[in-house]
Design a protein around this ligand. Structure first.
Ligand SMILES: *Cc1c(COP(=O)(O)O)cnc(C)c1O
Length: 350
């Protein structure tokens, strides 16, 4: 696919304080926009980041055909722009698309477009410690039509945000026993917008009780631990790495996959299995559960300090610098920054 390029005349980069980035509030100069109609991708353009216009009847606003991805680019010491496993995000994006009756986005638009975009916006990839360029590909239905049916036209867009580190302090999370995120047969494995809209209210309630995030449990019985807001959950129990198996209700995280691979390479016992809330809280009390953490692109590894369940708080042991979550963070960080040989072929050079 030919990508037309319409460059900005003046970069906004001089207005940005790279020491105060926060997360998701600063946008790089350009975006890629591709349009789908008549059964095929028609054209792709790189243009200045800015407003789009649409009709009030645009279908995605009404019936939720909207999906997204998220991955990060880093600047290596040698000045290369490195992206962590973006082919995985491309494949997952197309799985989300299939579930939502949306067209697949071909590799030359998703990854080829990203490469062109990063060439233009390479100065927006921060070099400060802990900072990166967050890449947000997404797609939404654009037909002007009132009726619940798949749209015939779509837009696929990628924009980029230079970001600081996501979570500063270890998390307090609450095990949710009333609301649900995803049910068997549903869309929990897809990164579609509605999943996140539905999570806002219960998360707000948890925030009011002093928790940062929710641990979702299985929708039918609230017996088993599933995942967190935008992170998969992992535990070190008696020295083994334990995480929920992927399926209908769990987002198949690239960070999850990477952490499991590193653990296997280190010879650890890796258990993808159901973990009941009861086993978890009893294990914290008895000291069997040594670590708990979230794994996701935004934070990479987010250590958990406290887990709340039925009004009681269970504290994890203090995090050790030589504990698994600290070591695996270091390993993945070194790989994505190009500081360590990429033996697993995870790095994609833009
Ligand atoms: C994106 C996401 C994750 C983490 O996936 P990564 O590919 O590691 O970023 C986990 N859970 C949910 C619900 C998510 O949306």
């Amino acid at each position: 696919m030919q990508i037309d390029i319409n460059k900005i005349s003046n970069s906004r980069i001089a207005e940005v304080d790279f020491n105060q980035l926060g997360f998701g509030k600063v946008f790089a100069d350009h975006m890629l926009v591709a349009e789908y109609a008549d059964g095929k991708w028609q054209k792709a353009t790189i243009q200045p980041y800015g407003p789009l216009s649409f009709q009030p009847a645009m279908m995605s606003l009404h019936y939720g055909q909207a999906i997204f991805e998220g991955m990060k680019a880093y600047r290596s010491d040698a000045g290369d722009i490195l992206v962590f496993r973006p082919e995985e995000n491309w494949k997952r994006f197309n799985k989300s698309a299939a579930r939502m009756c949306m067209p697949e986005v071909p590799e030359d638009i998703f990854l080829g477009g990203l490469k062109e975009l990063l060439k233009l916006d390479k100065n927006w990839v921060p070099s400060q410690d802990g900072c990166s360029l967050y890449i947000r590909p997404f797609m939404f239905a654009t037909d002007e039509y009132v009726g619940v049916t798949p749209s015939s036209t779509y837009k696929f867009i990628i924009f980029n945000c230079p970001v600081g580190s996501y979570y500063a302090k270890p998390l307090r999370v609450k095990i949710e026993t009333e609301y649900i995120r995803a049910a068997k047969g549903g869309v929990g494995f897809a990164k579609n917008a509605g999943n996140y809209g539905g999570s806002l209210f219960p998360t707000q309630l948890a925030n009011k009780e002093g928790y940062d995030q929710i641990i979702w449990t299985d929708a039918a019985t609230h017996t088993y631990v599933e995942e967190a807001g935008t992170m998969n959950l992992m535990f070190i129990i008696d020295g083994a790495l334990v995480t929920a198996p992927t399926g209908d209700t769990i987002l198949d995280g690239v960070t999850r996959k990477s952490v499991l691979q590193v653990a296997k390479d280190w010879g650890m016992d890796v258990q993808e299995r159901l973990l009941s809330v009861e086993e978890l809280v009893k294990g914290i009390e008895s000291g069997k559960v040594q670590e708990a953490f979230g794994a996701g692109t935004a934070a990479v590894i987010a250590p958990i300090q406290t887990i709340g369940y039925n009004g009681k708080d269970y504290d994890l042991p203090e995090r050790k610098p030589d504990g698994f979550s600290a070591k695996v963070y270091q390993e993945i960080n070194d790989i994505r920054l190009g500081k360590k040989t990429d033996t697993r072929n995870w790095i994609w050079k833009a």
